[in-house]
Design a protein around this ligand. Sequence first.
Ligand SMILES: [Ca+2]
Length: 368
Amino acid sequence: MKRARFALEDRFIVATASAARHRIVMFRSWAFVITTISLAACGPAAPIVATAHHAACLASDLPASAPSTAGMIRIAGGSFFMGAKPMHPEEGPPRETKLAAFWIDKTEVTNRDFARFIAATRYITLAERPLDPAAYPGLPPELLKPSSLVFVPNEEARASPSDWWLIVPGADWRHPHGPGSSVDGLDDLPVVHIAWADAMAYAAWLGRDLPTEAEWEFAARGGIEGAAYEWGDDPKQDKPRANTWQGIFPASDSGADGYRATTAPVGCFPANGFGLHDMTGNVWEWTKDWYAPGLSPDDDGTGPPRDRANDPVEPGIAKHVIKGGSFLCADNYCLRYRPPARQAGPTDTGSSHIGFRTVLRAVTPSGQ
Ligand SMILES: [Ca+2]
């Protein structure tokens, strides 16, 4: 029995990535393990080529020292209806949510930004660390190696997401497609293969935090209350508004938005009403909140407590909310690049389509 038969590719990554770290459901499916490992052992994942050059679109503006609001936009506090009449069950029911003012990065954290963090702290991301065999008794040695999840387009993939998500030993933020790949010359791409704890460590280094789900969604809506997309209700635009997938996922992405089956440099697409780029698509973004299916009416905007974290796909494994969709979100597939869309991200695992941005609270409009 194959573990992952989800209709949505992102439900699969949640289950698969979490299993990779937790040694739980994945190993009910040795066929899947053998498939992924053997494919990974053949070498790095197939190169994914952008149809546009990876030039900088919006220069990253990381501050030299924390705290600072450099590179951030101030979002005035207010009240809004979080969630939506659900397109997917987990997106509702809508609830009124009040927020204090906060600052948020105008772009996703880039490879350049993250490299500065690593240089300053020598931090080692979870994808770069081997699994502790004592914590995973019985796990084959090859599965204890540092690894991360890599998306590989597969024209033959029709039945199972395991054909396009590979657990690749050696894949990490410096080697986004596995051994042999690098981020050289890709400074302005959003950093990926970042686990939740990695994102939190980066934010803490700057004296910042990850956005709550409510903060993230409020920011993504760009001041347009209740719209289906961050730019309004009309899905058809005269020019691309975000890096998503055009075509039949996962077989073919036409790259009509300029980036075929890959991330785009941050800030290449128009900002939303708050001046924020890439809140739609490009990479999913970590939030601080624990994930629970649906929105609780008694939530004060900080998300459910740890003991209420729950992903029905993998009961018993606490996960965090990811928002915004990614370059893999196709109109005919999950359409999860809308502000109210949400997913459960495996807390201790990165992948090639999850990144993050940071927030700073309790600072004055002048940034002091
Ligand atoms: Ca694209």
